[in-house]
Design a protein around this ligand. Sequence first.
Ligand SMILES: [Zn+2]
Ligand SMILES: [Zn+2]
Length: 329
Amino acid sequence: MKVARFFNPERIEIVEEPVPEISPGEVLLRVEACGLCGTDLFKLKKGAGGKVLGHEVSGVVEETKGNTRLSPGDRVFVAHHIPCFLCHHCRRGNFSLCSLFQSTNIHPGGFSQYIRIPTQNVEKGTIKLSPTISFDEATLIEPFACVWRNLKRLSPLPDDEILIIGAGPAGIMHLHLLKLKGIEEVDIMEIKKERRKMAEKFHPRKTLSPQDIQEKKYDICVVCAGNTQAIGEGLKRLKKGGKLSIFAQVPEGSSIQVDPNLIYFETTFLGTYSSSPIEQREIYNLMKMGKIKGKDFITHTFPLSRIKEAVNLALEGRDSLKIITHPQR
Ligand SMILES: [Zn+2]
Ligand SMILES: [Zn+2]
């Protein structure tokens, strides 16, 4: 089978490797689509050491062993990490801090023609797809679920004014889901002109550039750009008692300066990392109901052999939103 191994943005190799072997309870998946995520790019820029990236996966069950809830031919979405639902962190809803969550994964990774799905993931993290949901659309379950979880943690009120910083896929998904929740006073701020133009299609109240001088303050600022300037921008634009949401990872060793009085006077800082099968199911249901239409968010598709082009396009971050690869083509 063909697999993409990632080293750095200049070095991504397509190699031939044996199809993974499965043990009882496990499933072999033929990957039909895998989305490129901001976190894949983050890892690649840091140096990925030949790892197979990709975790926004959908495909067809090729083979099963022993008793599993799936059968060959099933079309599925697969979660790469699975919480135990029982530990200290899980009982507090912090599923992504669970040690099982952090140790489970698909093998070797989504940018591969086949993957082995461990038993835990088969049992708790797969969703059989309705025929109305395409493989491409199903890859959006994971990223949308992460955004949905962030919104649950932020619990915005209907009259909140919200600023999203960064109009990449995560920013646009926040905008879409906030509107689905009945919140309409949502502005989006973006440095790049092409992305501001694209954001317009999703009907924010206003699209702003960081240069726009405006005194407006917000109840919630969601930072979907992985740099400290963006976080500073969000902080500057918060109302008294507002909430700052950090949705994108920043380079290790970064720091920001905060006057502790800001926290004393009830500013809230909130982060969120990843999602659980609960949010994934909720997003899948919203898709089935037609509330999230995959084609609105997917701008480019590539065969696995052209993964480097896909990565370059995503790194450029101009007129692309979600970029999907098709390992079988
Ligand atoms: Zn992702
Ligand atoms: Zn747990």
